[in-house]
Design a protein around this ligand. Structure first.
Ligand code: NAD
Ligand code: DAU
Length: 360
């Protein structure tokens, strides 16, 4: 058995990754360390394929004592580090928590890995890997004619979220160069798919549209993102862990460039077809332009030629097929949706982030 520590495995990508590993890697035992913040959802993991190859630990990556003990107790060989505060808008309201979790927490994990692997030699060095899951937002914003971000693009983070992720990337890189810790980093574009918390664009629009609430488009809605179906991201991460070179960074993306308004219209069209009886079709009549996100990055685009060429990874889903799967998933999981929509924390977040915007 290979013992893999997944951090943040009760969140969106982490839980998809755990399902992916259980399906594809029969010799992996997963330890999931998650602090169960507002973004976590234990329901995401309730129907695991093989619960005998899975262990959940409730706790924070910032708790060095706990993290140290996990490395020794479970002879951790691989770390897949997802745990983070991940929402840009929340980082604008409350940046302090992003510094704690994303920077201090990553530091605690790196130190634990260094002590266990390089000082105490808990596992053979060639089997150890620290994989850090990061974002394209560290590279900043592109103009309309700019070339996509490559692994050589200088960092220029614009939001507190992006700055905290950039900072954690630098720490990870430094642990490779200074101590020889076997690390890899991936910088990925916007994910979407099952289990995504409905504070992010696509699930927020699905939930709002189904209940007849307005669809808040920040600014002119012409901002551009690259979108990747979450299972493609999971496959890419495991490919990098298995075949990527220690010390290297790999960009991951879906090779598409829609504007936000195009994404929202596509979601609405899918809902018109798949949920025609919602009582709110045509759903795009609910679109409203609202006050923009401060410091809003205009465009992201990813050059993914390195991971394609060196590791033979390409995304399997197109934006069209991925969006269709995603909308169907939310329609087929009304209990999952209702439980989140009823949480007081979720309702107060909507009030905090959208009330003043809509008043403008
Ligand atoms: P998410 O917000 O859905 O989940 C984050 C998880 O981390 C939650 O389960 C939460 O409880 C946990 N967590 C938070 N603080 C913790 C702490 N101190 N200790 C332990 N667990 C803690 O996030 P996501 O969208 O799944 O993103 C996962 C990772 O991928 C993040 O590092 C994010 O920066 C990165 N990423 C996300 C995207 C995207 O589009 N969602 C794209 C590229 C990279
Ligand atoms: O690019 C990768 C990043 O993608 C990840 O690192 C982040 O963790 C993830 O949250 C995501 O960040 P974004 O800010 O791009 O995602 P979000 O879904 O919040 O917003 C996508 C776009 O939609 C962005 O341009 C802002 C816009 N938007 C978002 C919301 C929530 C709206 O117009 N209205 C909204 O209500």
């Amino acid at each position: 058995m290979k013992n893999v520590l997944v951090t943040g495995g009760a969140g969106f990508i982490g839980s998809n990754f755990i399902h992916y590993l259980q399906r594809t890697e029969p010799d992996v035992f997963i330890v999931n360390l998650d602090a169960l913040t507002y973004a976590a959802n234990p329901d995401n993991l309730c129907d695991l394929l093989d619960p005998n190859r899975y262990m959940f630990i409730a706790g924070s990556i910032c708790d060095s004592e706990l993290v140290d003990s996990i490395f020794f107790k479970y002879s951790i060989e691989v770390v897949v580090h997802f745990a983070a505060e991940s929402h840009v808008d929340r980082s604008i309201h409350s940046p302090g928590q992003f510094v704690q979790t994303n920077i201090v927490g990553t530091f605690a994990l790196l130190e634990a890995a260094r002590q266990a692997w390089l000082v105490h030699r808990t596992v053979p060095p060639e089997r150890a890997r620290f994989h850090h899951v990061s974002t394209d937002e560290v590279y900043g914003s592109l103009g309309p004619g700019d070339a996509p971000f490559s692994e050589m693009t200088p960092y220029a983070p614009n939001s507190p979220y992006a700055a905290s992720k950039a900072s954690s990337d630098h720490l990870v890189r430094a642990y490779y160069h200074t101590y020889g810790l076997p690390v890899t980093i991936t910088n990925c574009s916007n994910n979407y798919g099952p289990f995504q918390f409905p504070e992010k664009l696509i699930p927020l629009m699905i939930l709002n549209a189904l209940s007849g609430r307005s669809l808040p488009i920040y600014g002119d809605g012409k901002q551009i993102r690259d979108w990747l179906y979450v299972e493609d991201h999971c496959e890419a991460i495991w490919r990098v862990i298995e075949r990527g070179r220690p010390g290297e960074t790999y960009n991951i993306g879906g090779n598409n460039q829609p504007t936000n308004i195009q994404i929202v219209k596509e979601v609405c069209a899918l809902l018109d077809a798949l949920a025609a009886d919602s009582g709110h079709a045509p759903h795009d009549k609910l679109c409203r332009s609202v006050a923009d996100r401060p410091g809003h990055d205009r465009r992201y685009a990813m050059d993914i030629s390195k991971i394609c060429k060196d590791l033979g990874w390409v995304p399997k889903e197109s934006l069209c097929s991925g969006l269709q799967k995603t909308v169907r998933w939310y329609l087929n999981h009304p209990n999952w949706v209702e439980k989140i929509a009823d949480r007081p924390e979720y309702r107060s977040w909507l009030q905090k982030n959208y009330h003043t915007r809509e008043a403008k």
